[in-house]
Design a protein around this ligand. Structure first.
Ligand code: CMC
Length: 430
């Protein structure tokens, strides 16, 4: 980052020089840190559409070219050649592991897959019909009550242990939330299975009979995890960073990230998308929904379409679409009505002037729901699966922030437009 370039800003006649920082890739960034001190003004940017909140070495997105890199490696290459735990290592430590490093990391994660036995009782306090995301927010937040020995954020070893615990236990917690919601017993992790196969086992095995994990489905699951592993400074990651900037422990920060991810504009879109496809029901009703999406007076949006950053295509969606075709072929799902609606909706929206002109393309959530449904997951599990995949991204970003000597508590300012100063009026006089 060189700061030899600068920009000049004229604020009510006063000239302010602002350094321009140049990133490895992407647009230059105007450094406004000293603006308030020099000119007594703030900047205004709701939704952070023009604001970089930190510097980071982890993930890069080029929204115009439709590119996504983890530590410099394009997502397409990682999805084709790597696997989720290797990607976790890459995100956490910055480089692809050697064979020994990989083996050691896999052992460390595998050895942490079980949760404290008393957590089983904690689960039992939830209503059976609780949404698995509600359960996950609670249980992950409660991890700080169960794992006191990894909450001291000033100790690098404790930060490391907390990171491994979170990556290892999130699939167990997500699977337990699911099992609890359908009234089946919890299934303990199996350390002879890989990360994705073990997750499928914990979700779909029952004690009454053996369960065989189909390796092709485990591979598809692994790819879903990989594609969701990190995504730069999105809403949930920024939430994790903001929570962490106050010095909160990592379990509390990740619980905050899960809460943010739940919303339908973010991770909740995969569930909302499948529900929308079911609501549309038949291909002949698609025009009605396209019209609703275009209607300015109707809040309806086509779920699974559009993205704040990608204005060309979502590279994750491209890989996910291929994966969806493979999984549906494998499972022999061809005439499913939801799938027919999805395919036709995708075709129409890609040709429709409204969607083309606004650069609204199917995003990752459009296809992931189709795969997950075919695998047998209920829609309520789609967002928990996103959350467990994203945990490594959150934790990598959190670690980067804690290790950054420039780290400060996040404290945005505001443009106050409320009442001017006024005197209190006694109750009887109002
Ligand atoms: N359907 C219909 N119109 C849309 C949609 C949509 N899905 N998305 C955006 N628009 C329109 C919007 O009405 C606006 O029109 P106008 O300029 O006439 O006011 C224009 O496109 C720009 O939209 P915006 O809300 O300013 O864009 P944003 O960057 O703030 O929102 C988004 C991005 C992802 C929240 C939005 O596209 C959306 O709500 N999509 C549906 C939900 C979804 O699929 N979310 C998953 C995102 S990918 C997974 C993740 O990273 O979490």
């Amino acid at each position: 980052m060189a700061d030899s370039k600068s920009a000049k800003l004229l604020v009510e006649g006063k000239e302010i020089e602002l350094p321009i920082l140049s990133p490895t890739a992407g647009p230059d960034v105007l450094d406004i840190r000293k603006l308030y001190g020099q000119a007594d003004v703030f900047t205004y940017d709701p939704g952070f559409t023009s604001t970089a909140s930190c510097d980071s070495t982890i993930t890069y997105i080029d929204g115009d070219k439709g590119e996504l890199w983890y530590r410099g490696y394009p997502i397409e290459q990682l999805a084709a050649k790597s696997h989720y735990l290797e990607v976790c290592y890459l995100l956490l430590y910055g480089e692809l592991p050697t064979e020994d490093q990989m083996k050691d990391f896999e052992t460390r994660v595998t050895r942490h897959t079980m949760v404290h036995e008393q957590m089983h009782n904690f689960f039992r306090g939830f209503r059976r019909d609780a949404h698995p995301m509600a359960t996950m927010v609670g249980v992950v937040g409660a991890m700080s009550a169960f794992y006191h020995d990894s909450t001291d954020i000033s100790d690098p070893l404790q930060r490391e242990i907390a990171s491994v615990r979170l990556i290892a236990k999130l699939p167990t917690i997500a699977a337990m939330a699911y099992k609890y919601s359908i009234g089946q017993p919890f299934v303990y992790p199996r350390n002879d299975l890989d990360y994705a196969a073990n997750f499928l086992h914990m979700c779909f095995a029952v004690p009454a009979e053996p369960y065989h994990v189909d390796p092709a489905l485990a591979r598809a699951m692994d790819r879903i995890f990989t594609l969701h592993a990190d995504h730069e400074q999105n809403a949930s990651t920024s939430t994790v960073r903001l929570a962490g900037s106050s010095g909160a422990n990592p379990f509390a920060c990740i619980a905050a990230g899960i809460a943010c991810l739940w919303g339908p504009a973010h991770g909740g879109a995969n569930q909302a998308c499948l529900e929308m496809l079911r609501e549309i029901g038949t291909v002949d009703r698609i025009p009605e929904y396209i019209a609703k999406a275009k209607d300015k007076n109707d809040p309806f949006r086509l779920m699974g379409f559009g993205h704040r950053v990608y204005k060309n295509f979502d590279p994750r969606a491209k890989v996910m679409k291929e994966s969806a075709d493979e999984v549906l072929d494998l499972l022999g799902v061809h005439n499913n009505p939801t799938l027919q609606v999805a395919k036709e909706l995708e075709r129409i929206a890609l040709e429709d002037e409204y969607f083309v002109s606004k650069k609204l393309y199917p995003n990752v959530d459009f296809y992931s729901g189709i795969i997950l449904e075919a695998m047998g997951f209920p829609t309520s599990m789609f967002t928990p699966i996103f959350a467990l995949s994203r945990t490594v991204g959150w934790i990598s970003q959190w670690k980067e922030m804690i290790g950054d000597p420039q780290n400060k508590i996040g404290r945005p300012r505001q443009l106050y437009v409320g009442a001017d100063k006024r005197d209190y009026v006694d109750l009887g006089k109002r």
